[in-house]
Design a protein. Structure first.
Length: 504
C-alpha cells in the first residue's frame, strides 16, 4: 500500500508533533507515523520543566542560560546553536502558553519557575511535575484541530532514497495488519527518539526508546556524532528504574546515604551527581532521596506524581519515608548530525528531538533543556522541511532495497534474543555506564559483535502477520545492537573523560 504527502514525520512525541504543526502551517500536506501512540511518547517523562529566562522567580537572563548550558556541555557544543535555542526559549514558552499548556502559576499569575541542576536561577517553567505530559497533550490537541494525519502503530523499516540521492519517503510495517507500506514524501523528518533503552531495565525510558530512527538513518548514510554521551539521571527508583523528577531536588530535596549524610550538591549537573551517587554505592551505601521536610501539602501541590510513583513502585510514602534511588540511563546526547536548518547530510532528511544532535547539549544536557530543544528545533525542522518540499517533486517510482524481512524467513530460534537483550542491558550498565575503563569497553564491544554475528540464530517464533510483537521486538533488538556498537566505538575513540563520558 502506498501513501503520499509533502512532508512525512516519523515519530509523534513533542518534537515530531511540533514539526508537523509548523510544516502544516507552512502550507504543506503532512503525515505522521508512530510505532505507538502520541500520548505514550517519551516526552511525557520530562517532568521537571522547560527552561526559559523569564525572570518570574528572581533575576535571570538569556546570557546566563547560555553560559549554564555551555558549562554543562563541557566544551562539546556549538555556541551558536545554544545561543539560538536559549534566545528562542521565551518565545517557545509563550507559544506553549498561547495554545493552552496549563503551566503552574505564581500568586501574580505569572508562569511559575523552579531551579534545576546546573542552573544559576529558577528558570524551569513547570506544570506541577507533569510538565512534559501536559505539553505533549496540548500539542497533540493542536494537531487534531489542524486535521494532521497521524498513523499509529507503524514501524519504520528503512528510508527511501531516489536516484538523485534525495530522501523520498520510508518503508513502514503496519503493526496492526502485518503489511508493508510505502510512504512517499518530498521531505522526511525523523523525530524517533533516543536510545537509552539499550540499557534495558537500567533506564528510565519507555521500552520503545530503542534507537530505531538512528539505526535506520545510519544505514541510509546519515552521520552519527557524540554517541558515547549517555546521561544517567541521578534519581530513579531503586527497584524499578522509574524516574523521580529533578523537580524533587529543585524544590529542596536532599540526597542521603545509609548513614543519613548529605554527600553532594544536589543541584550540580547530572553527570556530577550521578558519579557521586555511584561512588557511594561502590562503598556499600544505599542512597535515598529525602523530601519529607517539604511537607505533605507542598508535596501534594507541587510533586504529586513523585508521591504516586513512590507509593506504586516502592510501596513507600515520601511524605513520611526516604525514597530509595539509583542513577540509570535517562537521555542520549548523541544522535544524527544536523545543520542549523535541522537537515542531515542526506538531502531532504531532517531530524529533531532526541534522535538528532543539534550540538546544544554537548557532553551533558542541562536539566530543563530537553523540552526546550524539542519545541525550538521541532519548529525549525518543520519550517525547513516545508521549504525543501516546496522546491522538490515527489518521486513516484522508488524501489525498496529492504531485504531484512525476507532474510528473517531463514533465521532459526536456537538463541533467545530476549535473554540476550537483558544481558546487554546489564553489560552496558556495568561496562559502558557512569564510569568506564578501556578494558571494560573492549569486553562489551566483543560481546556485541558476537551477538551481531549470531543474529541469524535468534529468529522470530511467532509467524502471524497481525500484531506480531515478537517480530517488532526482534527488529528493535537488531537496531539496538547496531546502536550499541556505535556507542562503544565512540567511547573507545574518546580516551579522555568529558561530561557523561567518564573514563578511568
Amino acid at each position: 500500500m502506498n501513501f503520499k504527502s509533502d512532508v512525512l514525520v516519523i515519530g509523534a512525541g513533542g518534537a515530531g508533533l511540533t514539526a508537523a504543526l509548523n510544516a502544516k502551517e507552512s502550507g504543506m500536506s503532512v503525515s505522521v507515523i508512530t510505532k505507538e501512540y502520541p500520548t505514550r511518547s517519551q516526552t511525557c517523562m520530562a517532568q521537571g520543566g522547560i527552561n526559559a529566562a523569564l525572570g518570574n522567580a528572581g533575576e535571570d537572563s538569556i546570557q546566563a542560560h547560555i553560559q549554564n548550558t555551555l558549562k554543562s556541555a563541557h566544551g562539546e557544543a556549538d555556541e551558536e546553536a545554544i545561543r539560538f535555542m536559549c534566545s528562542e526559549a521565551p518565545n517557545a514558552v509563550a507559544w506553549l502558553d498561547s495554545i493552552g499548556v496549563c503551566f503552574s502559576r505564581t500568586e501574580d499569575s505569572k508562569i511559575a519557575q523552579r531551579t534545576l541542576g546546573g542552573a544559576s536561577a529558577a528558570r524551569a517553567c513547570y506544570a506541577q511535575d507533569y510538565t512534559g505530559l501536559k505539553i505533549l497533550h496540548t500539542i497533540y490537541d493542536r494537531c487534531m484541530a489542524e486535521n494532521i494525519e497521524i498513523l499509529n502503530e507503524r514501524y519504520l523499516l528503512e528510508l527511501l532514497i531516489d536516484n538523485k540521492e534525495n530522501v523520498c519517503g520510508a518503508t513502514v510495517l503496519n503493526i496492526r495488519s502485518g503489511e508493508i507500506e510505502t510512504h512517499l514524501a518530498k521531505a522526511v523528518i525523523l523525530a524517533s527518539g533516543g536510545y537509552s533503552r539499550i540499557y534495558d531495565k537500567n533506564s528510565t525510558n519507555s521500552t520503545s526508546s530503542t534507537g530505531d530512527g538512528i539505526a535506520v538513518a545510519a544505514r541510509a548514510g546519515a552521520k552519527l556524532i557524540d554517541m558515547e554521551f549517555v546521561q544517567f539521571h541521578p534519581t530513579a527508583l531503586k527497584n524499578s528504574s522509574i524516574l523521580i523528577s529533578e523537580s524533587a531536588r529543585g524544590e529542596g530535596g536532599y540526597l542521603l546515604n545509609s548513614k543519613g549524610e548529605r554527600f553532594t550538591n544536589e543541584l550540580a549537573p547530572r553527570d556530577v551527581v550521578s558519579r557521586a551517587i555511584n561512588d557511594e554505592i561502590l562503598r556499600g551505601e544505599d542512597i535515598f532521596l529525602d523530601i519529607r521536610h517539604l511537607g505533605e501539602k507542598f508535596i501534594d501541590e507541587g510533586l504529586p506524581q513523585e508521591r504516586k510513583l513512590a507509593k506504586l513502585y516502592e510501596n513507600i510514602d515520601p511524605v513520611h519515608d526516604l525514597i530509595p534511588i539509583k542513577p540509570v540511563a535517562h537521555y542520549t546526547m548523541g544522535g544524527i548530525e544536523v545543520d542549523h536548518k535541522s537537515q542531515t547530510n542526506i538531502s531532504g532528511l531532517f531530524a529533531c528531538g532526541e534522535c538528532a544532535n543539534h550540538r546544544v547539549h554537548g557532553a551533558n544536557r542541562l536539566g530543563g533543556n530537553s523540552l526546550l530543544e524539542i519545541v525550538v528545533f521541532g519548529k525549525e525542522a518543520g519550517i525547513n522541511a516545508a521549504i525543501f518540499a516546496k522546491e522538490h517533486q515527489t518521486q513516484e517510482n522508488v524501489e525498496s532495497n529492504f531485504s531484512f524481512m525476507d532474510e528473517l524467513i531463514e533465521y532459526t530460534n536456537e538463541i533467545d534474543f530476549y535473554q540476550k537483550r537483558e544481558f546487554i542491558g546489564d553489560l552496558l550498565y556495568k561496562n559502558v555506564g557512569i564510569v568506564r575503563t578501556k578494558q571494560e569497553l573492549l569486553i562489551a564491544q566483543e560481546e556485541i559483535r558476537s551477538l551481531q554475528s549470531s543474529l541469524s540464530l535468534m529468529g522470530v517464533k511467532d509467524k502471524q502477520k497481525a500484531y506480531n510483537t515478537n517480530l517488532i521486538e526482534f527488529i528493535e533488538f537488531r537496531n539496538m545492537l547496531d546502536v550499541c556498537e556505535v556507542v562503544i566505538q565512540s567511547a573507545l575513540k574518546r580516551e579522555v573523560s568529558c561530561g557523561a563520558h567518564y573514563i578511568v
